[in-house]
Ligand binder design. Structure first.
Ligand SMILES: [Zn+2]
Ligand SMILES: [Zn+2]
Length: 377
């Protein structure tokens, strides 16, 4: 924590409210601007007053003990929970010491906006990663004025109204009597300077719109809907401000053969009844090219053959998913005389001329369930 208020007042952390008050009074007598007007002592007086402001208020002291510092510059504690009094304490202090403009003008430079770009990938690209050249409509720094917004050879002029402070002072009545408060200068918008001759290229914005090409590396294993953040590749900010980020939204195109489930792939292969009974080998398309796959004799419809490590590469880790081949057995539809004769003989030999219908448990094939999952999306 930047400010140790206990040390500033010279009290222990468990000091009673009375001890805090006494310590402040003693120091205030010593350091009061009326007694001791040199700047260093004034600064010290401000510090002890800040410390007292926090430690004398049970609620603020409790928040401070938990780690919130209301006076930390730019800290989250500033304002949050402390602004309730309706009159910022620092304004009172500034008014008291006549330093109301101490915060200074604000910068023209602001951070640029983030941008999002959709990137369509096919399955192989998302499985193995790819490099893409993308063109984006974006804002880049104006080369004519280097982001300053002024015409060549000119610079922003100091504002006449606030004399560069970016703020104008106002007298307000408060419970302390009359105090000076500051508000942003209406003439220059708080910048402290005005651009009299804006850059003709960018009209004073400090940036121009253009079409830019970015080369991006898309890692293996990305999937539909994922966002990839490219820091600093968004629009540059106005007034020469830093750029925002570019987000790539991955859109995966459906594949004609494979369905993706996480990093696993599914496809189906149809084989004739005879091949299923006798066994065979089929050529299956994989992401790594065609592959011969053994179909064992007696393979049933709905059986799944898994090719391990033939799926999509895992994102940010080693290894790949699997390829699951769902086998469908085709029953021949039209038989000629000889084929029918043969099948009838086979049926007789197997005692299957009038088979008793067997009921299987009410379970649907894995593949159809997966298909349902996909269709829901
Ligand atoms: Zn310009
Ligand atoms: Zn001004």
């Amino acid at each position: 924590m930047a400010n140790d208020y206990y040390a500033t007042l010279g009290v222990r952390r468990d000091a009673s409210p009375d001890e805090v008050k006494k310590a402040y009074r003693r120091l205030a007598r010593e350091l009061h601007p009326d007694v001791n007007p040199d700047p260093e002592t004034q600064e010290r007086f401000k510090e002890i007053t800040q410390a007292y402001e926090v430690l004398s208020d049970p609620q603020k002291r409790e928040m401070y003990d938990m780690g919130a510092d209301p006076f930390a510059r730019g800290g989250a504690g500033a304002g949050a929970g402390f602004g309730g009094a309706g009159f910022p304490f620092s304004d009172i202090m500034d008014a008291f010491f006549g330093t109301a403009a101490s915060r200074g003008p604000r910068s023209r430079a602001r951070r640029g906006r983030n941008a999002t770009l959709r990137v369509e990938l096919d399955l192989a690209e998302s499985a193995f990663g790819t490099t893409r050249e993308l063109s984006i409509d974006t804002a880049v720094a104006c080369t004519s004025c280097q982001g300053e917004g002024t015409a060549p050879g000119t610079h922003p002029d100091t504002c006449d109204t606030c004399h560069g402070r970016g703020e104008v002072q106002q007298v307000q009545r408060s419970f302390l009597g009359q105090v000076m408060t500051a508000r942003p200068c209406p003439q220059c918008g708080g910048f402290g300077s005005v651009i009299r001759t804006p850059c003709p290229e960018c009209s004073g914005d400090g940036r121009v719109r253009t079409r830019r090409t970015v080369k991006v590396k898309i890692p293996a294993g990305v999937e539909n809907g994922i966002h990839i953040q490219l820091a600093g590749e968004g629009e540059v900010g106005p007034g020469g401000g830093p750029p925002g980020d570019l987000f790539l939204e991955i859109v995966e195109k459906p594949h004609p053969i494979f369905e993706r489930e996480g990093d696993d792939l599914h496809c189906s292969v149809e084989i004739p009844m005879t091949a299923a009974a006798l066994g065979t080998s089929v050529t299956v398309e994989t992401l790594d090219g065609a592959e011969e796959v053994d179909i064992k004799p007696g393979t049933q419809s709905g059986q799944v053959i898994t090719l391990y490590g033939r799926g999509v590469r895992h994102l940010n880790e080693s290894g790949r998913g699997d390829l699951n081949i769902h086998v469908t057995v085709e029953t021949p539809g039209r038989l000629d005389e000889e084929q029918e004769e043969l099948l009838r003989r086979l049926a007789k030999l197997r005692g299957e001329e009038r088979p008793p219908g067997k009921f299987a448990p009410g379970q649907r094939g894995v593949f159809s369930r997966i298909r349902d999952v996909f269709n829901q999306h």
